[in-house]
Write a protein that binds this ligand. Sequence first.
Ligand SMILES: [Zn+2]
Length: 181
Amino acid sequence: MPERYRLDTSRPRPPRRRLLRELGFRYATAVGLVWGLPLSTGRVCRHGDLIIVSGLPTWAYRRGGTTVGRVYLTGANVGERVLVHEAAHVEQWRRYGMWFPLLYWIAGANPMRNRFEIEAGLEDGGYLPRRRRSMRRPVPPTVTSSVDDVEGTAASTQTSTSGSIATGTESTTATTATETP
Ligand SMILES: [Zn+2]
């Protein structure tokens, strides 16, 4: 009897669940395409795992853009870092299938507390100011600076420099862009 019980629990439940999630993920992708393609007046292209459908009217997506399955619906919010953020949402869709919208809703409308937004990256999603903003605040090294001060200046300059390079394409959308999954 215990053996039979053990057999029952080891039945292929996980693959079935995985299949359901995969079906949900594909269904969501289909919904995203059916919704976005007829409305798109911009580029439609693939970017890694993402299918970007741009040039949509603002009412067709939330905030700066919305990812449904693999489809990222947006107007023109297609900076490199935003796309990294959206790719993380694709993974979330893949992980949870059609449970994802519900889980996202439960996680709350406030992106700063929404675990899916936090996981995808608040900065990349445009919810937090870019680090490169600190670059606008000049930190002139002075003769009287201690060793610690100089090191701190060097470190912050390096950080903000790399930040500005990484987000170069993002500048037009950085201040306005926030999005939803
Ligand atoms: Zn997001």
